[in-house]
Write a protein that binds this ligand. Structure first.
Ligand code: ATP
Length: 282
């Protein structure tokens, strides 16, 4: 490791794929309340501390560093975690349960330890843990009916999570919040919870705008509003797909600007909506 500022950190030769996330909160359409909450509870205290501003520490206000994001698939939980790292300009690593369950299964808990050892060298960073219910489900936590090795991985994570002086910010995500053991959601663990639900009409329009911000397009406010009205039930990921297809259609017709016609008609959107998988939390 070389360099003193996070952007100078030499990230090669590390076991996990630490990256600097280019994403920012401005890349997330909608969800203004979640963004404001994350800013107030996580970003501002961390950035103030970094700048030597003691207005939070004066009142013993600790930044939240254990975060649980929950909501249906495709609603942008990973994007939120990446944007948090981007706003803080710190390294980011994403883990799925498969990443911590190595081929040599009895080494899995060692891998968790290695990860946190690396994180320590990096200083502040974001560790994103997807499908957290696999690690912190009631079964794994209580030990009832789980495999001994899974329990070892879970308890190593818990030990790291509660480690005094931990600088890594842990962001866990789940589509199944009901399966998470409540013990993991207590203070000192993953204590800050944020629901990332399906986007409402305003958020859908904002997501479409975000995904069109880097291409020439002629969509009026009314046309954005019309698309937002007829895409109820879609997630951010569904809307991103819709825009990707519209871009392709615009390119195919060698257009100068992308227009409303490059999106499905209102009638076709209704057909698409009826085919959408129901997105519930279980
Ligand atoms: P999963 O639970 O399946 O892991 P997720 O909630 O983590 O899903 P993401 O992977 O973050 O969802 O979202 C997939 C893609 O959808 C993002 O990379 C982004 O392109 C788009 N997307 C989702 N939500 C938003 C949003 N609010 N604003 C802009 N783009 C979004």
């Amino acid at each position: 490791l070389t360099g003193s500022s996070p952007s100078e950190v030499q990230l090669r030769n590390l076991t996990y794929d630490w990256q600097h996330s280019p994403q920012r909160f401005s890349d997330i359409g909608g969800y203004d309340e979640v963004k404001a909450d994350l800013e107030r509870r996580v970003l501002e205290p961390l950035l103030a501390h970094r700048d030597g501003d003691d207005r939070f520490s004066r009142f013993s206000v600790e930044p939240e560093s254990g975060i649980m994001l929950y909501g249906p698939p495709g609603t942008g939980k990973t994007l939120f975690a990446r944007a948090l790292a981007g706003e803080l300009t710190v390294p980011f690593v994403e883990l799925s349960p498969a990443d911590v369950t190595s081929m040599w299964i009895n080494e899995s808990s060692d891998r968790v330890k290695t990860l946190f050892d690396e994180a320590k060298q990096l200083g502040q960073c974001v560790i994103f843990l997807d499908e957290a219910e696999h690690l912190f489900g009631a079964r794994e936590y209580s030990g009832k009916g789980s495999h001994a090795e899974d329990r070892k991985v879970t308890s190593e994570f818990l030990a790291q999570l509660t480690h005094e002086g931990r600088e890594a910010i842990i962001v866990a995500a789940t589509n199944r919040p009901g399966d998470i053991d409540p013990a993991i959601l207590r203070p000192g663990r993953l204590a800050a919870h944020f629901e990332i639900g399906l986007p409402d009409e305003e958020a859908r329009a904002a997501i479409l705008r975000t995904h069109l911000s880097d291409v020439p397009s002629s969509l009026s406010d009314d046309e954005f509003a019309n698309l937002a009205t007829h895409t109820a039930g879609m997630t951010g990921a569904d809307l991103a797909d819709l825009v990707a297809e519209a871009r392709r259609i615009a390119a195919d017709r060698d257009a100068r600007v992308l227009t409303r016609e490059d999106f499905p008609s209102t009638e076709d959107l209704q057909v698409i909506a009826t085919r959408l998988e129901p997105k519930t939390d279980d």
